[in-house]
Write a protein of this length. Structure first.
Length: 107
């Protein structure tokens, strides 16, 4: 793969790992992103790109991969937001109108 292609793949998947540092990301999505970034790190000849990949992988270790939230977890999050306890769940629903969330989409 060319360096240009590696960079394109990096910028396609890196934002998912960045988001996983502060928010929940569905397990399969995060796992795919980690796999792609690991592949780039293993095969690139560019030291800077390899270092960027390894840094991202270190910041999103396997224990950050969570299953997609169950309806109970979503309800707890929504209840926390309604009660003004949003700080307990940083970044999860930023910029979204909670009233328009479809809980069934999470379960």
């Amino acid at each position: 793969m060319s360096l240009q292609s590696e960079c394109a793949f990096y910028w396609r998947f890196a934002p998912i790992l960045e988001m996983a540092k502060t928010s929940w990301v569905a397990g399969p999505i995060l796992a795919e992103a980690r796999d792609e970034i690991q592949s780039i790190a293993a095969h690139t000849r560019n030291a800077l790109l390899r270092e960027m990949c390894i840094s991202l992988l270190d910041a999103t270790t396997e224990d950050r991969i969570v299953n997609f939230p169950t309806e109970q977890v979503v309800n707890e999050i929504l209840e926390g937001i309604v009660q003004g306890n949003g700080a307990k769940f940083p970044g999860i629903f930023e910029g979204k109108k909670v009233a328009h969330l479809n809980v069934q989409a999470f379960g």
